[in-house]
Write a protein that binds this ligand. Structure first.
Ligand SMILES: [Fe+2]
Length: 325
């Protein structure tokens, strides 16, 4: 049944919000509060999240950290820790984090959460506590469409080789390993790396380097659809501003860049291939302004997300669930 034919008693779908239904806008009927319609919300999620890829709940009186925590937990899924982190975040309550704490002027490109590793959450929620005065949207994109639009040559090359992610922590250039792994204990880091097929070396200055070979594309466990699922365009050196890139390489050398990515056999990825990926992501991008109280729930494999630059206060918090390898 098409999403526009679904009928509920307590919630309704506004199909005029976006023509592709990504995200699907869900509104309460008669200003009902979310606790009183969670049964139908869950029904809708079960039936539709793996089709549309993303739902936007608006007007449900979800306000702040604890309310959001309760909402996310009402799907009977355990909220996940943000382990093997890529960006700085703070846990605001058990399983709920600030969204990436990057400076307001920076844009975070579209990505699927933790697609740079071998385990990732299938579900991710965002809650807008404070909408910024200007900008600050969380754009999204259908990763199935991205896969289909990427040229077969690039797609095949990525698929065939997979990707080798190289990270150098700390040294004031990237997250310290203690923060990325959430521990001060080197033995814990090593245990995590062994368990997750991450190669590691401790360098002479006590800093850490990790390498991991991962997928470039993935198959969705429920729909069997093939999706573009990697963060090569974020990790690759071409993601840095040209001046910063040159300076950084001259200071630390290409092997010690905070992050970089190669094809799985160690050969370099062509800048043109990543330019093409970025163009496709741009073409697939859907963006809308946040309203205070909004909750967006995404299937993290089917739908990528990013962040626009902003001015003024902005607070968007995140929770993740349903680990998948
Ligand atoms: Fe993210």
């Amino acid at each position: 049944m098409s999403i526009n034919q679904l009928v509920f008693e307590t919630i309704k779908i506004d199909s005029s919000f976006h023509n592709s239904n990504l995200p699907t806008l869900v509104l309460p009927i008669n200003s009902i509060e979310w606790q009183d319609c969670i049964h139908e919300i869950r029904q809708l999620v079960d039936q539709q999240l793996h089709c549309t890829g993303g739902l936007l709940f608006r007007g449900f009186s979800v306000n702040g950290v604890e309310d959001f925590n309760e909402f996310a937990r009402s799907f009977d899924l355990e909220l996940l820790n943000y382990n093997y982190a890529s960006t700085p975040r703070t846990e605001v309550t058990n399983g709920v984090y600030t969204s990436s704490e990057y400076p307001a002027h920076q844009v975070i490109p579209l990505h699927n959460e933790q697609a740079y590793t071998l385990n990732w959450p299938l579900k991710i929620w965002f809650h807008c506590v404070t909408a910024s005065e200007q900008g600050g949207e969380t754009p999204i994109a259908d990763s199935r469409k991205v896969y289909q639009k990427i040229s077969p040559v690039v797609r095949e090359r990525f698929k065939q080789h997979g990707l080798l992610y190289v990270r150098n922590y700390g040294n004031g250039l990237d997250l310290p390993w203690q923060k990325a792994f959430g521990t001060d204990d080197k033995a814990q880091v090593e245990k995590f790396c062994h368990k997750n097929q991450i190669q590691f070396i401790w360098k002479d200055d006590g800093e850490l380097q990790t390498k991991q070979i991962c997928q470039a594309v993935a198959v969705h466990p429920k729909t069997n659809e093939t999706i573009w699922f990697n963060q090569a365009h974020l990790f690759h050196v071409s993601n840095l501003d040209e001046n910063i890139r040159e300076t950084l390489i001259s200071i630390v050398g290409i092997d010690n860049l905070p992050r970089n990515v190669y094809y799985g056999d160690g050969s370099p990825i062509e800048n043109e291939a990543l330019d093409h990926v970025r163009e496709v992501l741009d073409e697939c991008r859907v963006s809308f302004p946040w309203q205070q109280g909004d909750i967006m729930m995404l299937d993290n494999m089917l739908t990528a997300h990013g962040r626009c630059s902003f001015s003024g206060d902005r607070k968007v918090i995140v929770a993740m669930a349903e680990p998948h390898s």
